[in-house]
Write a protein that binds this ligand. Sequence first.
Ligand code: FE
Ligand code: ZN
Length: 487
Amino acid sequence: MSSKIAEAINEALSNGYQIHPDALILLEAVKEKVSLIDLVIKTIEMKRKSGDQQLLLLKKDFEEMLPEHLKEHEEVKIDEIEPEIEIVKDVSEKISPSEELNGLKNLFESRFNKLYSIVKERPDSHQIQKIESIAKGNGLSYKVAGLVLDKKIKRTHIELTIDDKSGKATIFVKDQSVMKQAMSLSLDQLVVVDLESTKKGVLFAKSIYSPDIPDRSPNLSKKIVYAIFTSDLHIGSKTFLYEAFERFVLWLTQHGREDFIVKRIKYLIIGGDVVDGIGVYPDQEDDLEELNIYQQYVRAAQLLNKIPKSIQIFIIPGNHDPARQALPQPAIPKKYAEPLYKLENVRILGNPSQIRLHGVNILIYHGRSLDDIVATIPNLTFSKPASAMKILLKARHLAPLYGGRTPIALEKEDHLVIEEVPDIFHAGHVHTLDIDRYKGTLLINSGTWQTQTKYQANMGVTPTPGLLPIVNLATLDVLVKDFTKYI
Ligand code: FE
Ligand code: ZN
């Protein structure tokens, strides 16, 4: 519960009143627009004046006291809130792998140029010099920018080797605070280093920074409208939580139909691994209930068909879906997912994709590279995937490490650079719900609808299935609903 809601409850309690749960949902929806404490005080006054003896504050009591423009929201029927959708970037439309021998060189050149143009926005960037211009042993300072070729973490220091096309440099990092920065760099990301070319002939790092995102206020919707973020359904697996998903559907269509929030849910975003696929990991057949990939999508479409058509659904592929595995991934091909393509409210996009809903910029990415980030950067765990997502935002790249577990296609252009700063960064893959904020961006790792498989048990992954994050696009507040229990 947010502190504003807690304060409102306390205010009511201190006056001898309680707040009805339905009213709390209303307060949650308007808490950024009005002072809840004032609203509670005014509502109690009104109730007392009218001679109402009931010591319970109801939704309708608050509604009477809400300012006129917020009341209007209350009267608006969800069907009357027109969807506002813009596809900012669908990587599916851009894919064209480089067939030349120097594909990797092309990809890295594109990466360097795109990330360099991001760091060029910073006020001190005119000082950046080429690595080839560094003179050894002159005691002077330099600022350079390059891709991290190598990072050796030693007991007392870190050795960082970077490359900027003009040359390579190995830089020593010894200061505690700078070591911390260096530690959280991914290989193959761009970094800017302020260094001293010491008289003793070594390059010594004075400060280090990543391209990063600026600290700012996110774009918000002018209307109270909600988007649901989910991923990793793994339909077709024996461990897919069919009942929990049914409960979610029933909440949308029956139990919750009159709910303030349900009426305003307009979007469902699915961040990949819709089905469990076949042959994704050794002996997967033992874990499958449906061995036919086409039938897995038939089942997926049957389930998603139950979701009201007033909700727009966006789907990107994950590593279990039968799209090209190398990133960026084109949309799930029609030949497999035809039943999904037939649903009028479903849009099938590539991985990654970036969309704008009511002005809110949303980056959707399955999250395979989180495996590499957690494996190669100290102090990260699969139980806190949003911390690994932060590293990607800082690096302004969705999968910096080349040659790790994440296959990366040799595209002519690096489509995995995060060019537009997202207001919401949504990933999945890790099967652990985690929500965090970083410099104005809301980070969501949306969990799963699958219980732990044997494979995950061996990998030490403890999933958090059936938890659904729901975001108010007018405030970016997140409400998590648990569908593992009866509602
Ligand atoms: Fe998954
Ligand atoms: Zn996955």
